[in-house]
Design a binder for this molecule. Sequence first.
Ligand code: FCB
Length: 447
Amino acid sequence: MSMHDDFTWGVATSAYQIEGGRFEGGKAPSIWDTFSDAGHLPESGDVACDHYHRYLEDIALMADLGIDAHRMSIAWTRVVDATGNANLAGLAFYDRIIDALLAAGIVPWVTLYHWDLPQSVEDDGGWPNRSVVEAFDTYTDIVSKHFGDRVKNWITINEPWVMSMLGYKNGVFAPGRTSFPDALAAAHHQLLAHGRAVDTIRANIPDARVGIALDCRPCRPASLNPDDEAASRYFDGYRNRWFFDPVAGLGYPEDMLSAFVARGHLISTNPDWLRPGDLDMIAARLDFLGLNYYTSVAISHGHDEDEATDVAPGPNPPPGYTEMGWQITPDALHQYLVHLHRAYQPNSIVITENGASFGDGPDLGGRVADGRRQDYLEQHIEAVRGAIADGVPVDGYFLWSFMDNLEWTSGYAQRFGIVHVDHDTLARTPKDSFYWYQQAIGEARTS
Ligand code: FCB
């Protein structure tokens, strides 16, 4: 079974991770600029891959790769100023990128929010404060009106679990806050902002296709011990169902509302941030469900909120793991796609991110032999094919990532790209996996 003719092959990136240009075009500070200034990142994103200045070179490489689409994100802080007005220089920057992509025959898929909240919005309380929904809607309205003639594919929010839990509960990501109740409010307001954005985009662009990019960690109990089974069920609720259920119109999972109350994370199973009409807004019918998939985990009792990995991140991981310390589990992707199809019946599923971190660099001849990444990609694309053969409507695959970039708090040490970036010279070198993907796309189109 192969992909159908209009299956979308793409690559994905995000603004903060590649753009740099921190002080260009009137950009306002985001929570990641602040987090970086406070010393929480090994390297800052002030320059990153300097895509801000090198986008034409990057788009030429994408054209050479032969992709149908590029999933990029817009930095909210470039296009809206602290008073909520459009910043024309920022809009003009994305005009140049979008026009160059279209001229190269590449369809832009635009993510509105890939974690770079304006610092001014964080100063007003950030995602835990309901007023963020209005601010996000103002931003959505500006960009969907401005780019709607050329951009038809929209992703509202990227990975709301990561943003809310790592940003507001664990404090390891920007903005570095540590309150579980706030994190749950943050999650709710992201989902609400998503639902509102779906309406606003559709009102401004009648032929838009809109989705959300949800991250997942499929899990299994580490043993047959009932305590591990209960831990795995909780983890699945906290990490996956809390987001997939309401987006699919099922509301928040009852067992998790009770569990969060029992653990003191919520005061009641009817939280004060949940207002009449919210769940309907969140349940907006989507044109596609975006899935970001990297790994799956075995959960044991005592580790139901921290997803302990059994291999430390770093170079030279054992076979079967990537340098993030993530286990390579393509079968779990296949099974999870079947599960999503059965549990939620989305119209269409698009893999909005999938890829692997391996640090291979150029050899003396300039070749980057990243066979381990190629193996990972081959296995996961095969898993997608398997799910399609089982009847799951998967309509696209975006490889994370086009190029090595700023991997958040891991800095430049974790390399996910199929294009190598030398972070001293900023030189780009396509890796072996780039040429393999180029060929795989070509073969998929003719098969
Ligand atoms: C995802 C993020 C993306 C990148 C990859 C490795 O969680 O959406 O920005 O960091 O992981």
